[in-house]
Ligand binder design. Structure first.
Ligand code: ZN
Length: 373
């Protein structure tokens, strides 16, 4: 369970079968929970722009040179931002009895932070890093600039998507025209992998029995933010895919798709809401499903149907293929929570995590326990 505030919360949850609690870096609460015999897992936002990083050089940069703060974070390749979080991890595992460290925001910007923030990062640190890794920074930057240009005027992409018509030739044609984009996706992935490896090695050098996990994007979106399921397991003891079908923030599947639609509609007044949502469902592999919302408002208020949860769980399982534990995190306030827990059993998840505990959601906790029993 994510986000408990005190011992009273822990006791209530224990009565309902919970012993593992994910909390932020709160020394007092860690000690209280340890003394009571609970398993404590500390979650850390990875590339956060804390007070001392509130300056241009720490922010992510798009190909037009504009700076962005995404999810309260800066450039994932900034060495000072990286050092800050490594120092925190060192401090926690050296001084507190924690079962694991869980990285959050261990990625580049997602579309949910806006498509312009998503089109990052091309700062000086990323230029050097890309070149060290063997990528052509200029080719990547040109390709992402062209992508944004085509999102501002979506006609070309729409025509391509329509005319690609899913033939082998179209795939070759698309790949040939977009090599810089593929590099950009790979560059994001390699940057994230490099940092996870650094964290893992740091832990191994201090307290090897502390496990390392991460809250990662749901499989349908993960590749866009630099998280490749089929690679990431190599340095993680467990992964926690964030499979949120309802929610009002970044990482929630409905919210991410809604923001893509909103940006495209803002820039392309000729597009209809229904048209763009149908294109997005097709692109992200949801077109076979019925009852998906056809307005942005409905998507944000009602979320996506429960069928998307099963699809994402199965995809996570296939991509990781038993090489690391999978404990997806789902919304505790989901009105279909009982069904979600059953889907986790049915699809063979190794555990399930819930976001986020509040006293007014106690009935949902009781419901989980009933389903598990
Ligand atoms: Zn950068």
């Amino acid at each position: 369970m994510f986000g408990i505030k005190d011992l009273e919360d822990a006791k209530f949850l224990e009565e309902n079968g919970f012993k593992d609690f994910v909390i932020g870096y709160k020394p007092k609460l860690i000690k209280v929970l340890n003394n009571a015999g609970y398993n404590v897992h500390v979650v850390l936002g990875t590339f956060k722009i804390i007070e001392k990083f509130k300056s241009v050089e720490y922010l992510a940069e798009d190909p037009y040179g504009r700076k962005h703060i995404w999810f309260g974070s800066g450039c994932p390749n900034n060495p000072e931002i990286r050092k800050y979080i490594l120092d925190r991890i060192r401090e926690i595992i050296a001084n507190y009895d924690v079962k694991s460290i869980i990285l959050d925001g261990i990625r580049f910007a997602s579309p949910g932070s806006g498509l312009e923030a998503f089109a990052t990062c091309f700062c000086e640190h990323c230029r050097r890093k890309a070149e060290d890794m063997g990528f052509s920074y200029d080719r990547m930057k040109k390709a992402v600039k062209y992508l944004l240009h085509n999102l501002y005027d979506f006609r070309k992409i729409k025509n391509d998507l329509d005319s690609y018509a899913y033939t082998p030739l179209s795939l070759i044609d698309f790949t040939e025209k977009n090599l810089g984009l593929v590099d950009w996706i790979k560059f994001r992935e390699m940057s994230i992998m490099e940092f996870i490896k650094e964290v893992k090695n740091l832990i191994l050098s201090i307290r090897p029995n502390v496990r390392l996990g991460a809250y990662i994007f749901t499989p349908s979106l993960a590749v866009l933010v630099g998280q490749n399921y089929s690679e990431i397991w190599k340095y993680l003891d467990f992964i926690k895919p964030m499979v949120y079908r309802i929610g009002k923030g970044v990482a929630c599947l409905n919210y991410e798709l809604a923001i893509i639609a909103k940006d495209l509609l803002r820039w392309n007044s000729w597009l209809s809401e229904e048209e763009i949502l149908r294109i997005l469902y097709k692109f992200f592999g949801f077109s076979e499903y019925q009852n998906y919302p056809l307005s942005v408002k409905a998507m944000l208020e009602e979320g996506l149907p429960i069928s998307c949860i099963e699809k994402e769980f199965i995809m996570a399982k296939k991509l990781v293929f038993g090489k690391t534990e999978i404990h997806p995190i789902v919304m505790l306030h989901d009105s279909s929570l009982g069904d979600v827990v059953q889907i986790a059993y049915k699809t063979g998840m190794d555990g399930i995590d819930f976001f986020t505990f509040r006293k007014e959601l106690k009935d949902n906790v009781i419901k989980i326990n009933e389903v598990v029993q």
